[in-house]
Write a protein that binds this ligand. Structure first.
Ligand code: RP5
Length: 202
């Protein structure tokens, strides 16, 4: 591949974003071509309390795909399918999951209850709720009692994207290819800022 190909691909993605084509539009497709899965084995479980959470949680999926990290996506509700939730959490380690990303809104019990049943790291994404704009989700996920941690991210899309980047950082401690993909992601963001230092000329 041409030495500047990485930079060009990332710039294309962010041009698409700037054009209002969606936060992560194209990232999955374009960067998957550059970052083929580092391992076919599913390393991250992305779960969410409802199908309605997908609009937020798809950003976690797109980001992991862009880094070449294999993942699965499932609706697992703490309130509507509690037995499934416990089964999922109890089997996570044996299935080889290294991180679970759990998104939920409102009375967002999913991340905390999953964390209670596994020692696999759980990252919680507060989904923006209609009634309280996600403050309920955020506090519900963040305020875990000492002893059962959930790594809580920001409300909404930013939290979903960052949950994937944090999952990759955790996995990258023991996986050089994932760490390298993450470093390329960071470098591309840095280069983009440095390429346009004067905001009045953007
Ligand atoms: C939570 O309730 C889900 O995580 C979702 O964010 C929220 C609303 O769910 P739906 O009524 O849209 O299924 O359990």
């Amino acid at each position: 591949m041409h030495p500047n190909a990485d930079k060009k691909i990332y710039l294309l993605v962010y041009v698409l974003e700037a054009a209002g084509a969606g936060t992560m539009l194209g990232l999955n497709f374009i960067l998957n071509a550059r970052n083929p899965k580092v391992d076919e084995k599913v390393l991250v479980g992305i779960i969410m309390g409802s199908q309605s959470d997908w609009d937020t949680m798809k950003h976690a999926a797109d980001t992991l795909a862009s880094l070449g990290v294999a993942f699965e996506t499932r609706v697992v509700s703490a309130h509507r399918t509690p037995d499934l939730m416990f089964d999922y959490a109890e089997q996570a380690a044996d299935r080889g999951l290294l991180v679970i990303i759990a998104g939920a809104g409102g009375a967002a019990h999913l991340p905390g209850m999953v964390a209670a049943k596994t020692v696999v790291p759980v990252l919680g994404v507060p989904v923006q709720s209609r009634a309280l704009n996600g403050m309920d989700s955020l506090l519900s996920i963040a305020q875990m009692p000492a002893g059962i941690p959930v790594g809580t991210l920001a409300i909404g899309t930013a939290g979903a994207v960052n949950s994937a980047l944090l999952a990759a950082a955790i996995i990258g401690n023991g996986n050089a290819k994932v760490r390298q993909a993450l470093e390329q992601f960071r470098n591309a963001r840095r280069d983009l800022v440095l390429a346009s230092p004067d905001p009045s000329k953007a």
